[in-house]
Design a protein around this ligand. Structure first.
Ligand SMILES: CC(C)(COP(=O)(O)OP(=O)(O)OC[C@H]1O[C@@H](n2cnc3c(N)ncnc32)[C@H](O)[C@@H]1OP(=O)(O)O)[C@@H](O)C(=O)NCCC(=O)NCCS
Length: 135
């Protein structure tokens, strides 16, 4: 049985084990304790999925609880994928801030996932990476 929690932020080692066990680990700075720790600490809406004592899924968002929820990371351990955990993590994220729209950038492995579960594509997304010059 999977237990979902919104009242816990996993520590760096626990979260690292989850990210390392799915393709998102290669796309996030999980070996930089300070940076990864900041990501975990400063998200203000974190939904976790637990199988016993094992963290098997996470939805990590920044939300204003009124208008927009930025879903920064959605991850499910490889062996637990395609059992509805990702969908349930998103459902609980939406439920925690019901007036807010969820905005996200899909990782390459998940570009077909979001339309599958109901997201619509938006053509006006804009990025400024940390090293990009602001003109
Ligand atoms: C993407 C991810 C979060 C999906 O979580 P999940 O728990 O495996 O997905 P669910 O079980 O909720 O799947 C819901 C539906 O989407 C389908 N689906 C799952 N992964 C999919 C994918 N990568 N592409 C297309 N469809 C997918 C499922 O088959 C299911 O279909 P159904 O409604 O017909 O049964 C998970 O595969 C993952 O962590 N991937 C690696 C990390 C990653 O890329 N994260 C996204 C970062 S933006």
């Amino acid at each position: 049985m999977i237990v979902y929690r919104t009242d816990v932020i996993p520590d760096v080692a626990t979260a690292r084990a989850l990210y390392a066990d799915c393709s998102l680990g290669a796309r996030r700075p999980i070996d930089d304790d300070a940076r990864f720790g900041a990501m975990l600490a400063h998200a203000n809406l974190t939904v976790t999925a637990w199988d016993g004592g094992t963290l098997v899924g996470i939805s990590r968002s920044l939300t204003d609880f009124g208008f927009t929820t930025y879903l920064a990371d959605l991850a499910v351990r490889d062996a637990w994928q395609r059992h509805g955990i990702g969908r349930e993590l998103i459902r609980r994220t939406q439920q925690a801030a019901p007036q807010a729209k969820i905005v996200l950038l899909a990782a390459p492995a998940a570009v077909d996932y979001y339309p599958r579960v109901g997201f619509r594509h938006h053509a006006s997304a804009w990025l400024l990476d940390p090293d990009d010059a602001l003109r």
